[in-house]
Structure formats: C-alpha cells, structure tokens
Design a protein around this ligand. Structure first.
Ligand SMILES: [Zn+2]
Length: 389
C-alpha cells in the first residue's frame, strides 16, 4: 500500500465535464463547494491534521453500517483519474456511517472506489491488530483448518503448470495460507506484505519482504515465474502501478494470478449495501469483471483464464449477505462469530445460536447458488490468470 493523495469530491457541473475532458491543465480551475459548508468533528480533526497537529489513532469499527444512496439519484462528482478507464466522474453509491469516506462508481467502467482515498494514517487505522487475529491463525480452529485446506486445493490448481523449483511470489501474503502450500509443493516461495504484524507466524521456508508497497521492494526485473495477488488488489490505492510492477518483475511469458470480489456479480447486485465482500472501508476499489480484465490488458497481461467459483468465498458471502440484508443481526455478526477473536461480539447467546443455525441451514443452498452463478460467469469472486505479453 502506498501514500495516497486524498482528494475530496464535489458535484459536477457542465463546465467540470468540459474541463475534465480537456485535460489536467484545464481541469485545475478553482474548486467551488456546491453544498453549504458543514462543520463536524471529522472536518475539525482533518484540518488539525493538515496543520500538523497529530490526531489520536481513531477507533475503527471493523463492520460499519453501509447506506445505499443509489436510489437517491445524486449528481455525479469529479474523481481523480479512474485507474481502469481514466474516467473522471463517479456516481454516489454507498455511504459509511460515521466516516468521511463514501463509495463512488465510475460512470464509464463501473469501478467502485472509496472516496476520498485514505491517507497513510487512516489506512493504518483500517487495520487494527485484531484484524489479523493471533499469529498463525485468524479463525477458530475448525474454520481455520477448512480455510487452509481449501486454500491448499486452490494453490494446487493455480500452480499445476509450474515446474518444481519455480519462483513464486505471494503479494499481501499475510500469515501465509498460500505460502505453506507453495513451499510444500517445492517452489522457491517468496512473500511480501505491508506490516510485520501481518506476517507474524508465517512459514519460515518463505522469503518475506515487508514494505509499504510492492513498488518499493525493488525485486529484480524478469525474476518470478508467477506472482499471486490473492484478494489484495482491492486493498491497494494504486492497483495499476502495482500491476505494472508485477509485469516488470515476472519473466517474459510469466503469469499473474489476480483474485478479487466481483462487483458486477449477482451476489453483489442482490445484496447492495449488505454485500459481505464490500469490506468497507478496507476495500479501496470494487472491480467489475470487465474492469479487472481491462486493467490487466492495460498493464500488458493477456487474460488466459477466468474462474468464477471460490468455495472459500462465495457460499459464505451469500449467507452473510442475506443476514446483513435482513437486518436481524449486526453487520457481519456471523463472520465475527466464526472469527477466532470475535466470539464475544456483543450478540446475545440466543442470537449466536440463531446465526449458527442459519449458517448450517444456509450453506448447502448457498453452495448451490454459487455453482449456478458461477455457471453464468457471475461468481461473487473472480480469479483471473494473466500472461505477460
Ligand atoms: Zn473507470
């Protein structure tokens, strides 16, 4: 992750459209605030921060309330250049309760984005220590075993064509669900992540680099046979630059594996603000399938495979999204119940029993729904394999 310039948005006028289309020089006209100024605590803190007065680490709600504002048909706002299509206008889509950030959808390509993009300090606050769980484990033991088992099956499928000893890099490797399997399969295993806390307990066979962004590690050019970005790109403020860097460090004909939640999926569209995989405010971009394909194309990768079924992500996404939509329990309460450090999540024992019953009853149906949506290429998550051209 990198430093980001947080740009605030404002409503679009006809002159804005004209000046944005005319290019950067013309669009640097003075900004007029269309709405009356509102003074709130966030604004004051923001101003103090801007003036160099340090702010205390805010307590971030890992599961904030999301408000769908699409029905209000608000006017588009000016955005910084879209990393997929260079578009300059975004449609207000979601608001996050208690946050200055909103989600806008690019008018041209449908890419969702957090706006304004967070500052480095805000980004740090989005990932409090409890986000990573205890070293080496994130869920209660049985769920953790299932997550690791399914992850291993996935890695085997993704690396089938690679010879033993191939050099593989897992970007955003975390505690290493993938690293173990990569090392077990005899690959020269490399991992990269943004913080020491994230990689604590990772497989000692993996060679790990900690840096604020992949672009700052300085891997040699033409170095890797395969680079994996497993549910990572949506967390980055500069996805295009990172994919360009991946293109630089893979060997000619080398591959990138990109898995992201699918913003154009049936699950995303049905669940709206209740969609489990929105994961706000940590997901900075929300990719529709066409958008991620376009971004790979722009960064000189040929998409050679597009996979729409993830046993790890899709069925659970249906169950938790349905619960979120129903509003019968706090947002993502089931996820927190299954999370190792989230058992005491403030819901009553009777609600916990109800959530577990919904999980057991809902997963078979959710599995079936996931297979059906995958068959029409609308899985809740999508995995693309790109070959460097
Ligand atoms: Zn766009």
């Amino acid at each position: 992750m990198t430093t980001t310039t947080a740009k605030s948005s404002r409503h679009v006028t006809a002159e804005d459209r004209l000046s944005a289309l005319q290019g950067p020089a013309a669009s640097s006209a003075p900004v007029h605030q269309a709405r009356p100024a509102e003074i709130d605590a966030e604004t004051v803190i923001h101003e103090l921060t801007r003036l160099g007065v340090s702010r205390p680490e805010p307590l971030i709600d890992l599961n904030p309330e999301i408000i769908d504002v699409r029905g209000e048909r608000r006017a588009p706002v000016v955005i910084s250049e879209c990393p997929v299509c260079d578009g300059r206008f975004g449609l207000p889509t979601f608001e996050i309760r208690g946050s200055r950030h909103t989600v806008l959808t690019c008018e041209e390509c449908g890419l969702g984005r957090l706006d304004p993009l967070p500052t480095v300090q805000e980004l740090k606050a989005f990932y409090p220590p409890q986000y990573y769980g205890s070293p080496g484990a994130k869920f209660e033991p049985l769920t953790e075993a299932v997550v690791r088992g399914v992850g291993a099956i996935h890695v085997r499928a993704l690396t089938r064509s690679l010879p033993r000893g191939a050099r593989v890099l897992d970007v955003g490797c975390g505690r290493g669900v993938l690293l173990n399997t990569l090392a077990d399969r005899g690959f020269e295993t490399h991992g990269m992540d943004v913080s020491d806390a994230a990689v604590e307990g990772a497989d000692p066979r993996a060679r790990i680099q900690v840096a604020p962004c992949l672009t700052q590690v300085g891997y040699p050019a033409n170095h890797f046979d395969q680079v994996i970005l497993w549910h990572v790109l949506e967390h980055l403020s500069n996805p295009r630059e990172v994919l360009r860097e991946v293109h630089r460090i893979v060997k000619p004909g080398g591959r990138v594996i990109v898995a992201v939640p699918n913003f154009s999926s049936l699950q995303a569209r049905w669940a709206g603000a209740g969609w489990f995989h929105l994961d706000l405010p940590r997901h900075l971009f929300h990719f529709p399938v066409a958008g991620i394909r376009q971004l790979l194309d722009r960064t000189m990768f040929d998409v050679v495979r597009e996979q729409h079924f993830s046993l790890r992500q899709d069925p659970f996404g249906w169950v938790q999204s349905a619960l979120n939509r129903s509003g019968s329990s706090p947002r993502n309460a089931l996820y927190r119940l299954l999370h190792k450090d989230g058992v005491d999540n403030g819901v009553s024992p009777s609600t916990q029993r109800r959530l577990k019953a919904a999980y057991l009853a809902g997963m078979p149906l959710a599995g079936l729904l996931s297979l059906l949506t995958a068959s029409v290429r609308s899985g809740a998550t999508v995995c693309l394999v790109g070959q460097a051209n």
